[in-house]
Design a protein around this ligand. Structure first.
Ligand code: LLP
Length: 410
């Protein structure tokens, strides 16, 4: 978001105009930012075949998926519905990694029929897979590397107490099953968590993957998961993608030499590709001074952006209706009947009723975690690309709320 002609703009499009045209609340995505993030990640790796499998769950709008496909990424999907959505967006089965957790085996069967790469995350499922398919269907195995990393406990998923993946301590058991059913393991996967700052964590993950990989003869790829940390606050330290790219590429090249085959290296970023591209534009319904705090109550809340309440996540807020004048301290809250504080004690240019606020970093896990709580409609989504605005999802209507509720005569 830059200031141009005294207005907050993206690609020279004033955000206030977008709010006026589509109403608030509205999610707005900067398509050019998405494309530049994809490019930055590609550039960071050299001398290895690196494939991006975009973590669909971060932002799963069909048009965004199509944009990713145009930019040359594959996808990681965590449910059969996400797999279907990705196929609908034009991804070929070969470009789709399916990484489910605790799903019914029926869902795995559906994914096998669709021909996507299956990532197995527990031992009973591996055995079930063996009985059902033997060597006829290639598979990937998700390992739990026992690395404690990630921005907070809820998004740290590679530690020993996590429900995700098969413990590396169970590798012998895995190998027995692989042998017993003559399974064709073509990939190994780890994902340690989200908001990971340090290249060392990825290198530690690499070591663990390499150690495990030495036990498998037919591998085609190693998947390092996602988790690159982006800036949420001004001055936030972020994952140095160049550093990760350089160090992991070097370690990977070395390993491939030893393995005797050029494997592919996969990453599954969500936040890195789509967090910073997104803004949730909301309207100030009320400015409410109290003895302790001045609240700004907006036409949105935890139903549209859950992150601040679920993870105490920080999201920057800007009053885009006002470029100058003194700043005051406000606490921005939602209109939901819960304590849904979006941002506490923030300095904003003086807010008046009707002003539009832009909530930053709303691209990843924003709309995709939204709900109809309090029977509110989910917002519209708008993509800004090549200097033009495109409605990519309509705001919900009352009909949407009623749609799946049959009328019952009582
Ligand atoms: N791969 C796997 C297997 C994952 O489970 C995830 C995220 C990713 C990749 C992408 O991680 P990312 O690059 O976006 O950090 N809702 C939380 C984040 C949960 C992430 C779940 N898994 C949040 O808003 O912070």
């Amino acid at each position: 978001m830059e200031i141009s002609n005294q207005r907050y703009c993206i690609q020279e499009i004033p955000l206030l105009d977008v709010a006026k045209k589509y109403g608030t609340p509205v999610y707005v995505y900067d398509g050019e930012k998405i494309l530049s993030q994809v490019e930055a990640l590609k550039q960071a790796f050299s001398g290895v075949t690196m494939k991006i499998k975009y973590a669909t769950k971060a932002l799963s709008n069909l048009t965004i998926l199509k944009l990713m496909r145009q930019a040359g990424t594959g996808v990681d999907a965590v449910s059969i519905e996400e797999v279907q959505l990705c196929m609908h967006a034009g991804f070929a089965a070969a470009e789709i990694m399916y990484t489910p957790n605790c799903v019914d085996f029926e869902e795995i069967k559906q994914a096998v029929e669709l021909g996507v790469t299956i990532n197995i995350d527990n031992i009973p499922m591996l055995e079930h897979f063996g009985t059902e398919y033997g060597p006829s269907v290639p598979l990937c195995i998700r390992l739990n590397p026992h690395i404690l990393a990630g921005g907070n406990a809820k998004i740290s998923v590679g530690h020993i107490d996590s429900k995700f993946g098969i413990s590396i301590l169970q590798l012998k058991h895995v190998l027995k099953i692989v042998q017993a059913y003559d399974l064709r393991v073509v990939g190994l996967h780890v994902h340690t968590g989200s908001d990971i700052l340090d290249a060392e964590v990825f290198l530690k993950g690499a070591e663990i993957l390499f150690d495990a990989a030495r036990e498998f003869g037919q591998l085609e790829f190693l998947d390092f998961g996602g988790g690159f940390k982006v800036a949420y606050k001004d001055g936030d330290i972020t994952t140095d993608i160049q550093d990760v790219g350089k160090k992991v590429s070097a370690a990977f090249q070395q390993f491939c030499k030893e393995y005797g085959k050029e494997l592919e290296i996969w990453f599954e970023p969500g936040k890195f590709l789509v967090s910073e591209c997104g803004y949730l534009l909301v309207k100030a319904n009320v400015v409410k001074p109290t003895p302790a705090t001045t609240f700004v109550g907006v036409d949105s809340g935890l139903n549209h952006l859950l992150r601040p309440m679920m993870y105490d996540a920080y999201h920057g807020v800007v009053n885009i209706s006002k470029l100058d004048g003194p700043e005051r301290v406000y606490t921005i809250v939602g209109y939901i009947c819960e304590t849904d504080t979006i941002a506490a004690d923030r300095k904003l240019r003086e807010v008046k009723e009707g002003d539009v606020l832009a909530i930053k970093n709303a691209g990843a896990y924003g709309y995709s975690m939204a709900s109809n709580y309090n029977s509110r409609f989910r917002p519209a989504e708008v993509l800004l690309l090549h200097g033009r605005d495109h409605l990519i999802r309509k705001r919900e209507t009352f009909e949407d709320l009623l749609k799946n509720q049959p009328t019952v005569d009582l």
